[in-house]
Ligand binder design. Structure first.
Ligand SMILES: Cc1cc2nc3c(=O)[nH]c(=O)nc-3n(C[C@H](O)[C@H](O)[C@H](O)COP(=O)(O)OP(=O)(O)OC[C@H]3O[C@@H](n4cnc5c(N)ncnc54)[C@H](O)[C@@H]3O)c2cc1C
Length: 272
């Protein structure tokens, strides 16, 4: 199938985007890397009247690394972030997770903020944003606001972004000094969307754990005084709390088992 006809607006500035979004409302859609949106357009799962191409806006392709973490502009490609040496040093977990986001070809086009806006429940970048307590900054013709990851990613392909807003940047905070991080995911093949993805930060016996692909958005929990004896029961309780769902890829029972097995392996590695 081919997309339904649409008008194309090539934006030169954030103001171009916000004014087009406020005039067209829900009839407009931003296109960044097109790696998720093009498939949805081709299948006519969405039929916007106007597509707003943000890829040529100057200044949105910046990656900045400072003592607080990594800030990524709206048009930064996943491949650019994965190849950034400063990011690898500041937040190696982010570099590691990026190698699981699709394939080199999709990472060359796909943007970091596009993945956050798309909000697939098993996507790696939303998982990390929730784990690290990150945020997105949204712009509209009314001004800007910054929203915490857990308030932004609220359901399957659903965020708290208003139709007149665009993401201008995302901030991934550094993991606390002295902590260790680890990542695991189960996918049918490397590069496929994960069935279940997990990431954690361990500091002594305190662990922050995030799980994707089980609930309708990534979920993070803080576990204190973790030991190899108590951890299996804590992971089991979390698995039952998140419940999981059946789909063509896996059953809810399988997803819960992945939390128990991958979670145990990952957290023991981070605590070692
Ligand atoms: C073969 C294949 C495998 C893939 N595997 C994975 C995987 O394993 N893990 C994974 O996480 N992803 C995967 N993806 C998806 C990929 O990561 C996409 O790049 C990403 O989901 C969307 O980024 P994009 O820049 O391409 O956004 P687009 O496709 O252009 O847009 C996606 C959505 O976000 C909105 N949007 C984009 N940018 C903004 C913005 N700045 N402000 C507001 N809204 C915006 C668009 O309107 C649209 O609704 C895969 C894709 C393909 C084709």
């Amino acid at each position: 199938m081919k997309p339904a006809p649409f008008d194309l607006c090539i934006a030169d500035s954030v103001e171009d985007v916000t004014s087009a979004l406020s005039s067209h409302g829900e009839a407009a859609r931003i296109i960044a890397g097109g790696q998720s949106l093009m498939a949805m357009l081709n299948m006519r799962l969405t039929e916007p009247e106007v597509l707003i191409d943000i890829s040529r806006i100057p200044g949105l392709d910046r990656i900045s690394v400072d003592e607080t973490g990594v800030t990524v502009g709206a048009t930064v490609r996943q491949a650019s972030l994965a190849a950034h040496d400063g990011v690898r040093q500041a937040l190696p977990l982010l570099t590691e997770a990026l190698t699981h986001v699709g394939h080199i070809q999709t990472r060359n086009r796909g943007t970091v903020c596009g993945s956050l806006a798309h909000a697939d429940p098993s996507a790696e970048l939303p998982l990390l944003l929730v784990l690290l307590g990150g945020s997105v900054t949204l712009a509209s013709s009314q001004g800007r606001r910054t929203v915490a990851a857990e308030d932004f990613l609220i359901g399957t392909l659903t965020t708290s972004r208003r139709p007149d807003e665009m993401i201008v940047s995302a901030h991934f905070p550094r993991a606390p000094a002295g902590s260790k991080t680890a990542f695991r995911e189960m996918a049918r093949r490397h590069g496929d969307f994960a069935i279940v993805s997990l990431a954690c930060i361990a500091r002594g016996r305190d662990v922050r754990l995030a799980v994707g692909g089980v609930a309708d958005a990534p979920v993070a929990v803080d576990l204190t005084n973790v030991t190899s004896e108590t951890l299996p029961a804590e992971l089991n309780a979390l698995a039952w709390r998140l419940r999981g769902y059946d789909d063509i890829h896996a059953t809810a029972r399988y997803r819960r088992e992945m939390i128990r097995r991958l979670g145990l392996d990952m957290i023991m590695e981070a605590m070692a």
